[in-house]
Design a protein around this ligand. Structure first.
Ligand SMILES: Cc1ncc(COP(=O)(O)O)c(C=O)c1O
Length: 412
């Protein structure tokens, strides 16, 4: 703590995101945490650490600033910042699972999450069941008391925008001493606070909305106050605290965020709220437009009253986010739309200020083709950016017209 450090826990979201962990630099007064591009720290006599800093895998002041801000943003007890979202997931799963354990995963989870659980942890003796998380009863049926140690929730899901009821699933996970993990990447802590709804730990690909500018890859774990390891497990430091175990593994495995990456991510977090407001407004305009197009077979967006998860989303999210998906009726039309947009850039990833379009079946979710998680091949996913809404709608209109012309041409 420096003299400028204050307790921001009672403040609003944006105030926490802008100030928590980010007191003025005590030496210079710099109002933004500096990039401590350093690997090691001078000790005042053996073990005489200044502020606890010893070596930058264990801790680095720029990363500490990001971790404190993320913990404050999610309302958690502590956070750990990683080199990627998957590095965060990998470290968490290693900290809480042992051979023979079982995990419940969404049947439309992000493909990389599923690949990690099925193809990396599977050979180490971890079993999983993929289940439709929009049905809490199906989750209960998939839980194996005594063996299930993690229930993994993603809501909204990538790319089908499915919604899971976090509070209802938390009750089921707690009843068997399993951990409830929520991947909050799509919603962000601005729109959804999973820890307050009963989750034990939140996962982020900070690469997405939190970084917000498509210029950094990163991940984070935010652990809830008092969260414990799955029942029966004692962590490597001899306690049952989940945060202790996460911190131990963060350092022991070492997939940490570098100082510049942490700094960029923290810069993104400061403007998350204003960017999300614009993402949400633009997404609503895009959904409205797509819903009126006869050549769009289905629009997937939790803000639509027709969406099966609409009521749950309205209860647990303050708005419905910036991700939209739609089905075109055929793979060739979906590919043609993806090829024809000009303002929407054809690229993987999401959550940046610029709008992106992609074909999940062949791109982000190619690794799950042929599994229970395979996504429809006529699906187009949009990450709606913060450009002017009129330009986004005109771009989509042009691309859909071109794709329709092509489809008609191939029929004639
Ligand atoms: C919902 C979700 N979770 C986790 C990840 C993995 O994050 P990263 O790419 O930063 O490793 C992604 C990446 O697309 C994602 O969309």
């Amino acid at each position: 703590m420096t003299p400028d450090d204050l307790d921001w826990s009672a403040s609003g979201f944006s105030t926490r995101a802008i100030h928590a962990g980010q007191a003025a630099d005590p030496t210079t007064g710099a109002v933004v945490p500096p990039i401590f591009q350093v690997s090691t720290y001078k000790q005042d006599g053996v073990g005489g650490l200044r502020g606890g800093y010893e070596y930058s895998r264990s801790a680095n002041p720029t990363r500490t600033a990001l971790e404190e801000a993320l913990a404050a943003a999610e309302g958690g007890a502590g956070a750990a910042a990683f080199a990627s979202g998957l590095a965060a997931e990998d470290t968490l799963l290693r900290a809480v699972l042992r051979p023979g354990d079982h995990v419940v995963v969404p049947d439309d989870a992000y493909g990389g999450t599923y690949r990690l659980i099925a193809r990396v942890f599977g050979p180490w003796g971890i079993e999983h069941t993929a289940v439709d998380l929009s049905d809490p009863d199906a989750v209960l049926a998939a839980i194996q008391p005594g063996r299930t140690k993690v229930v993994w929730v993603e809501t909204p899901t990538n790319p089908l925008l499915g919604i899971a009821d976090i509070a209802a699933i938390a009750v089921h996970a707690q009843s068997v001493g399993a951990l409830l993990v929520v991947d909050n990447t799509f919603a962000t802590p601005y729109l959804q606070q999973p820890l307050a709804l009963g989750a034990d730990v939140v996962v982020h690909s900070t690469t997405k909305y939190i970084g917000g500018h498509s210029d950094v890859v990163g991940g984070a774990l935010v652990v809830g106050d008092g969260a414990q390891l799955p029942v029966g497990l004692v962590g490597p430091t001899g306690t049952t605290s989940l945060l202790d175990a996460v911190r131990f593994h963060h350092n022991a495995s070492g997939a940490v965020a570098g100082p510049f990456d942490a700094w960029l991510t923290l810069r993104g977090l400061r403007t998350l709220a204003v960017r999300m407001d614009r993402h949400v407004a633009n997404a609503a305009a895009v959904v409205d437009f797509l819903s009126g197009r006869p050549d769009v077979a289905e629009v997937l967006y939790p803000g639509l009253e027709s969406h099966p998860g609409h009521e749950v989303a309205a209860r647990q999210m303050s708005a419905f986010g910036g991700m939209v998906a739609f089905r075109t009726g055929s793979e060739s039309t979906a590919l043609a739309v993806c090829a024809a947009t000009r303002v929407f850039t054809l690229a993987e990833s999401l959550g940046g200020v610029e709008s992106l379009v992609e074909h999940p079946y062949r791109m982000t979710h190619g690794s799950v083709v042929g599994t229970a998680l395979e996504v429809p091949d006529d699906l187009v996913r949009l990450s709606v950016g913060i450009e002017d809404a009129d330009d986004l709608l005109a771009d989509l209109a042009r691309a859909l017209d071109l794709a329709s012309d092509l489809a008609q041409g191939s029929q004639s």
